[in-house]
Design a protein around this ligand. Structure first.
Ligand code: NAP
Length: 557
């Protein structure tokens, strides 16, 4: 497990999907590497998020790793959009199959990272008190892994059970007959509400802003279907690689205005009833960029939503009025809208009657007090940079990464940061991996970072740092890609909005993700590699003997 060692060539932080694939690649190269994970076990997002209803919005068979034919042949996805327990089992299976656990250390949170300029080493302190050193750090710490709670007075006064969805307890929570509150109606709240409405005694949903949503249309995958999928894996992954979001769903080739109104309606009727993100990502491109096209489509979806909710007043509350369809991340749902037709489900519009405080018994709005047995906070994440901010990362001259990124991140390709040598982020802020079917993006990012490391090792360098000019060019390009998208106006995590995080409230757009799409992104990062990484400065430091030994020991076998 490597607990006794204090030096590694590479430390990977995080044992989620990205960390698992990164350590696999390093182990294959024979590199001395370890994974440090704060949780008690591997799985990342699928380790933590255990709330009822938690599942993929990606087709399961496009979410799994593509790197091993054997793995693809062995694993049977049971549902088109697989649930959290199965997803965690899958990651455990992958780690066990490739014997990766022995390269992972659990229950150790990385607290600080300091770049030692004299020796080209990162000095890493861990929550168990150890100080480790390594030549390179790969941060695989997730994009949605820093949950946020409302800044609500009296939040600790509540005498019942309460938790953020990210920290849903590991042991089963008996909801039978319970009075349950859910705060938040993002992708998480929408999955949870649809799943528990018929299992609780009483469910009260506190909604500040509604979100657009569309049916997931999940279903089982039979043996015969799985056999067919297995025979088409090459084709499936090739298709994902060609779409902007690395999903099976790519935009219509025909333009919105080239199609007649009847053609548009026929397409939308079909997509609404199909499984997955087709209704969002398989739509006309103009939906994302053109106000009029977006408004017409939003009216269509609003109408579909109205048909499913019995009480017209409730339906109106569930339909967003402040932003158009799909300019924030689209939640997919199962029985979500129908939940509001049940006698035991109540919608409280806290844009009209805001939450005032938590009490011993429950919650107080400006209108009245509510009593609950359980309060669930489905209140989202300090997205993209939140997990980075939780580690005190200091680069050249002691510069703080959190401070550098205080107003917005700036990176080269979302994977390197000027001033922070030897720090790699396969799915960092401003990478396309942050805005796609995550594992597809992760595989691209990890492959690129691994190739860069091989380049460095092959040439005996001990230091690699993106130039400031390259970083500014990339960040400028990322900002430009936002300018063409309606998303730039939305209050969601794509633009860094979060009312629970100081400085992330309304008004500041953070250019968090790359919106140019996967094919373009992959083309750019491949060019950088093919042209010998001209945007990166390499060096060999006057090193301590420890450093020299490490560089020699690190040569890939
Ligand atoms: P989210 O989309 O940020 O939604 C948070 C919700 O909580 C919003 O409705 C927000 O209202 C509300 N909220 C936050 N703070 C509040 C406060 N202080 N008082 C009242 N309401 C508050 O977070 P999420 O639902 O956890 O989803 C985050 C992302 O995780 C998703 O976009 C998706 O990328 C990912 N995810 C994926 C899946 C999947 O793959 N199937 C499932 C779940 C989540 P406002 O809108 O008014 O701020």
């Amino acid at each position: 497990m490597g607990e006794g060692k204090t030096h590694f060539e590479v430390i990977v932080v995080g044992a989620g999907v990205a960390g698992i694939y990164q350590i696999k690649r390093l182990v294959d190269l024979g590199v001395d590497a370890t994974v440090l994970e704060s949780a008690a076990d591997l799985g990342g997002t699928w380790y933590w998020n255990r709330y009822p209803g938690c599942r993929f919005d990606s087709e399961s068979y496009t979410y799994g790793f593509s790197f091993s034919r054997e793995l693809l042949d062995e694993w049977h996805w049971k549902e088109r959009f697989s649930g959290q327990p199965e997803n965690l089992r899958y990651l455990e299976y992958v780690a066990d199959k490739f014997d990766l656990r022995r390269h992972m250390q659990f229950d150790c949170r990385v607290e600080t990272m300091r770049f030692d300029e004299a020796n080209d080493l990162w000095r890493v302190t861990v929550s168990d008190g150890r100080e480790l050193t390594c030549r390179f750090v790969v941060l695989a710490i997730g994009l949605l892994s820093a949950p946020t709670m409302p800044r609500l007075e009296g939040i600790d006064d509540f005498k019942g059970r309460s938790f953020h969805t990210y920290y849903w307890p590991h042991e089963p929570v008996d909801l039978t007959g319970k009075r349950v509150a859910v705060i938040g109606t993002g992708a998480t709240g929408i999955q949870l509400i649809g799943e528990i409405a018929d299992k609780v005694g009483d469910l009260t949903v506190f909604q500040r802003r509604p979100n657009w949503n569309a049916p997931l249309n999940n279903g089982p995958i039979s043996d015969a279907e799985m056999a067919d999928i297995r025979s088409r894996f090459d084709e499936i992954f090739a298709a994902c690689a060609l779409t902007p979001g690395s999903f099976l769903h790519g935009p219509q080739s025909k333009g919105f205005y080239e199609a007649t109104r009847e053609e548009r309606l026929a397409l939308w009727d079909r997509l609404y009833d199909e499984p997955g993100f087709g209704i969002w990502l398989g739509n006309y491109r103009e939906i994302f960029m053109d106000e009029a096209a977006n408004a017409e489509f939003s009216r269509y979806i609003a109408d579909r939503m109205r048909r499913r909710v019995d009480d017209p007043a409730v339906a109106e509350k569930l339909i967003p009025k402040d932003h158009g369809f799909g300019v924030q991340r689209l939640p997919l749902e199962t029985r979500y809208l129908e939940a509001y037709n049940r006698e035991n489900v109540h919608l409280v519009d806290i844009s009209e009657t805001p939450l005032v405080r938590a009490t011993e018994e429950g919650l107080r709005t400006t209108e009245r007090d509510y009593e609950f047995d359980i309060i669930v906070y489905a209140t989202g994440f300090d997205a993209i940079t939140g997990a980075y901010d939780l580690i005190d990362i200091r680069g050249i001259g002691g510069e703080s990464l959190a401070e550098k990124w205080k107003h917005a991140p700036s990176t080269f390709l979302g994977m390197l940061v000027h001033g922070f040598p030897n720090l790699l982020m396969p799915t960092g802020p401003q990478s396309a991996s942050a805005s796609t079917n995550f594992p597809r993006g992760i595989e691209n990012g990890v492959a690129w970072c691994t190739d860069l490391l091989r380049y460095i090792w092959d040439r005996g360098y001990t230091r690699a740092e993106a130039t400031l000019e390259a970083q500014e060019r990339w960040t400028g390009h990322v900002i430009k890609m936002y300018e063409i998208m309606l998303m730039r106006k939305a209050k969601g995590w794509f633009t860094g909005y979060n009312s629970n995080v100081a400085g992330h409230e309304e008004g500041t757009v953070r250019y968090f993700v790359y919106n140019g799409g996967t094919p373009k992104f992959v083309g750019i990062i491949r060019d950088v590699a093919d042209q010998g990484y001209r945007e990166i400065e390499f060096g060999t430091a006057a090193q301590s003997s420890a450093g020299k030994e490490t560089a020699a020991a690190a040569q890939p076998r």
